[in-house]
Design a protein around this ligand. Structure first.
Ligand code: OGA
Ligand code: MN
Length: 326
């Protein structure tokens, strides 16, 4: 039985907390409307938001009034946070004050707009393909919380699109499901692979196979909801124990299936302070880009919560390694 917003609304008295709640597409994604979180979040409010994130994968909250500090504080309630310290140690400068925030907009250190032809822009292009966060690192991301600090003018792009990989699994035919469960495939995730797909010339001299990859089961249970999930992402370089042709063909087949329009929904960022929370272990997302990129600032900051499920480390050794270092 699919869970509807109505049943959650009834179960949690959500209307009294946020009357505007609506599903983005049936069973996937909810927009709670405006909800001021600047004065802290009660346990009741937090458990409602968490319950919605588990059931719907994506939760949009408008006009939260969050700052860097309260964004981090709120994110910490979902679990242990990832941080950019390994990247800073490796020489990357951080424009933001806190290491717990990932700078995913188009703003340079000096406040200017990232030149779309610059190495940084080339390296970010992979973000426009459907992906999950940090599947290439030893410990993957659970939740991501992305907060808008400055937005380009409406109509110039910059939306974020989400994809429901649990429902995509549900809809596979029985034979395919049995074949996949029987094979129990392991997929190898590489940030360099998705970056190179998006900017082949820039990464011409890099072979992702020369670098470590994150290994994760392709089909796995999303433990928080008990539903099965296809843990897909453009970061997948290959599926183990298949020839490269077989691997590519299986990946393409599943990715094409999962990214059909019926599993996708676009979130338009409307206001500074809009926050989107998504669960990387049952959804994919992508940056939609647009004409704003060369002209207008889009300042977006992401807190990233380490996964705490039994699948968090996949088949990887537990280590502090990070991929995509400069
Ligand atoms: C991210 C991401 C998409 C966007 O923050 O992980 O992929 O639209 N963002 O900025
Ligand atoms: Mn991302």
């Amino acid at each position: 039985m699919s869970v509807t917003a109505t049943s959650v609304v009834e179960a949690t008295n959500l209307p009294s907390l946020c009357p505007q709640v609506r599903e983005l597409i049936p069973g996937f994604g909810v927009d709670l409307g405006a909800w001021d979180l600047s004065n802290g979040v009660t346990d009741k409010q937090f458990s409602t938001i968490q319950e919605l994130a588990i059931k719907f994968g994506v939760v949009v909250i408008r006009k939260t009034g969050l700052t860097d500090e309260t964004h981090i504080e709120f994110a910490r309630r979902f679990g242990e946070l990832d941080d950019v310290r390994p990247y800073v140690k490796a020489g990357r400068k951080n424009r933001l004050k806190y290491d717990e925030l990932f700078d995913v907009g188009n703003v340079e250190l000096d406040g200017s707009i990232v030149n779309p032809l610059s190495p940084r822009a080339q390296a970010n292009r992979g973000n426009s393909y459907f992906h999950v966060d940090s599947s290439f690192n030893p410990r993957r991301a659970g939740y991501s919380l992305l907060l808008a600090h400055e937005l380009p003018p409406p109509g110039t792009g910059g939306s974020t699109e989400f994809c429901d990989t649990r429902t995509a699994w549900d809809d596979l035919n029985k034979t395919t499901k049995q074949e996949l469960l029987g094979a129990d495939y392991v997929a190898c995730h590489s940030i360099l692979h998705s970056k190179k797909l998006a900017a082949p010339e820039h990464f011409a001299d890099i072979d992702p196979a020369d670098y470590p990859m994150g290994r994760h089961k392709l089909i796995q249970k999303h433990e928080r909801s008990g539903r099965m999930n296809m843990y897909l992402a453009t970061h997948i370089h290959h599926i183990e124990e298949l020839s490269s042709e077989e691997s590519k063909s299986l990946y393409d087949q599943l990715f094409r299936h999962a990214t059909q329009p019926k599993y996708r929904t676009i979130v338009e960022w409307q206001n500074v302070g809009d926050l989107v929370i998504w669960d990387n272990t049952c959804t994919m997302h992508r940056a939609m880009g647009g004409e704003f990129a060369a002209k207008y600032r889009r300042d977006m900051r992401r807190a990233t919560v380490h996964d705490d499920s039994s699948q968090a480390w996949g088949l990887n050794e537990h280590s502090d390694l990070r991929q995509g270092l400069p």
